[in-house]
Design a protein around this ligand. Structure first.
Ligand SMILES: [Zn+2]
Length: 112
């Protein structure tokens, strides 16, 4: 058995805890034009939210791009990269780092 922490799952779980009512579709894709962007959030006219994240990156970049896009999802379409978006992004990062540290501490105890 191999135990591991899935940082993407962890980040999405943190987002869902803070925003239990928001529904969005997240797709990890290849073929994004990296000169334009590495991730994108679309708020469709019917209220649906679609997120695309490029997987042609390092894992830490993928997690950061996802945090960036989830902050858009949490802040809403009008927020752009303003104060509301920044608050969402900072909070996601803060809680993600906190929970990852906790996991590593627990792993450390378990393997002793
Ligand atoms: Zn953005």
């Amino acid at each position: 058995m191999i135990k591991y922490i899935d940082p993407v799952k962890k980040l999405i779980g943190i987002f869902e805890k803070g925003h239990p009512d928001i529904e969005a579709q997240v797709d990890f894709v290849t073929g994004i034009d990296h000169k334009k962007f590495l991730g994108e959030t679309c708020f469709a006219d019917d209220g649906k939210i679609y997120v695309q994240v490029s997987i042609n990156q390092t894992m830490i970049q993928i997690v950061d791009i996802l945090a960036h896009e989830l902050a858009h999802v949490g802040a809403g379409p009008a927020a752009d990269h303003g104060e509301k978006w920044q608050l969402e992004y900072d909070e996601l990062n803060r809680r993600f780092n906190e929970e990852m540290e906790k996991e590593i501490e627990m792993e450390g105890v378990a393997s002793e």
